[in-house]
Design a protein around this ligand. Sequence first.
Ligand code: 13P
Ligand code: SF4
Length: 317
Amino acid sequence: MKNKPDYISEIKRMKEEKNAIILAHYYQTGDIQDIADFVGDSLALSQKAASNDADIILFAGVLFMAETAKILAPEKKVLLPDLNAGCSLADSCKEKDFKKFIKDNPGRTIISYVNTTAEIKALSDIVCTSSNAVSIVNSLPPDEKIIFAPDRNLGNYVLNLTGRDMIIWNGTCHVHEEFSLEAILKLKDQNRESKIIVHPECELPVRMVADYIGSTAALLEFTKKDSGNCYIVATEPGIIHQMKKENPDKIYIPAPPRDSTCGCSECNFMKLITIEKIYNCLKSEKPEIKLSKKIIIAAQKPIRRMLDISGKKVTEK
Ligand code: 13P
Ligand code: SF4
């Protein structure tokens, strides 16, 4: 029987040989984060995709992230090790339905969260991520009417902070809408000194008990700088890998879901990516992200507008 290749050293070798980089989201498994050239939240990953010297970008994340990289770097080969790595939130906003929504609510500036398909971005005026949604909305004149899509929880969070005239698409993420308030409060009771840290995609009752709300990068930064030593983490638990690397002596407790087959809050799309798939993908240079020129041109504008507003700040791993 043929021996399995040493995936890690082969990936490192092929990266050099092919001038490829691996961009990984915080929700990837620890082994993938550790071999990546760059680990970040959605904003930092898109900033990195827009500015690097590689010929090939291998995306260890989900489809909308790899598509965003392709839109920002159309001349590069962008690879995603498993094209089934989608996103329940992006899936909740279909092009045909969104076109009707826009038609039914005319005269509004369309802000779409980066967790959308390239087609939805192409219909938008400006893109945002969880780390810049509030500043993107605040960058618009105060009387500008807005459509915000597709996450209703992030949308309501932004609405509460900005008080803008916003109509919000009714989408959610299967991970973040499932956190159990009851289980979180029980954990808090058992760990009185802990702080509850929450991603804005979570439902209002969970956001209401939060000590801190932020994007994945912001949550990581909070645990780095905060003087506390125990955190109940209400987002996908992959982020805990970086939290432990930064502050190994602190305690991080993943917030439990109401119901899930694994009893955990993992994103089953993110977790489709494995080291073995990364090895095969880099070797065969497939699957590759392909988008039409028309979609790339149309989707580039709202993403570039976001990047211009967000400046050049990149959160390094
Ligand atoms: P961030 O932008 O905070 O990295 O979140 C991405 C995401 O998919 C949240 O579920
Ligand atoms: Fe999409 Fe939710 Fe997975 Fe993030 S955690 S990629 S929003 S399904």
